[in-house]
Write a protein that binds this ligand. Structure first.
Ligand SMILES: [Cu+2]
Length: 157
């Protein structure tokens, strides 16, 4: 009886290894898509300016710049709380989004040019609150975009 039980447990383990591996495999996981606008025409803002993520989930953060100025997405605290899978530079072409380049490795900040987008794929690995999200570009009046209100907060739960 005990042997039979052991055999059936063994058979169960053998029958399910693919499922067990898939749960920990980021390559096969669908990302949660979050979009943030970097600036609006005539406005230096992040929209939304508060972002919230959960540890252990795969995110695709779409950084979209619909304004006429380049903008940075800079938060050193945030960059230290995530594992970056990749950053993709994309472009809208004939009604479709095409990928122009892909970067892998640790990322600290991203600058997106007017009318362009980038996708930051990451998994939060630590919880905390990053209050240093800002755009450090200097505006025509000599102040930074952050001084004009282009700041934000990121919470990882
Ligand atoms: Cu800016």
């Amino acid at each position: 009886m005990r042997l039979l039980h052991s055999l059936s447990v063994f058979a169960l383990i053998c029958a399910t290894p693919a499922v067990t591996l898939a749960a920990g495999n980021l390559a096969g996981q669908e990302p949660i898509v979050v979009t943030v606008e970097l600036g609006r025409p005539g406005e230096h803002v992040f929209v939304p300016s508060k972002l919230r993520f959960e540890t252990g989930k795969l995110y695709k953060l779409v950084l979209k710049n619909p304004s006429n100025d380049p903008h940075y997405f800079t938060s050193h605290a945030f960059s230290q709380m995530v594992f970056t899978r990749k950053v993709q530079v994309t472009q809208a072409r004939d009604g479709k989004t095409v990928t122009l380049a892909e970067f892998k490795g640790a990322i600290r900040e991203i600058e997106v040019y007017p009318g362009q987008s980038a996708e930051w794929w990451f998994v939060p690995v630590a919880s905390g609150r990053a209050t240093d999200l800002r755009c450090g570009i200097t505006a025509s009046d000599g102040k930074s975009h952050a001084d004009h209100g282009m700041v934000g907060e990121i919470v990882i739960e």
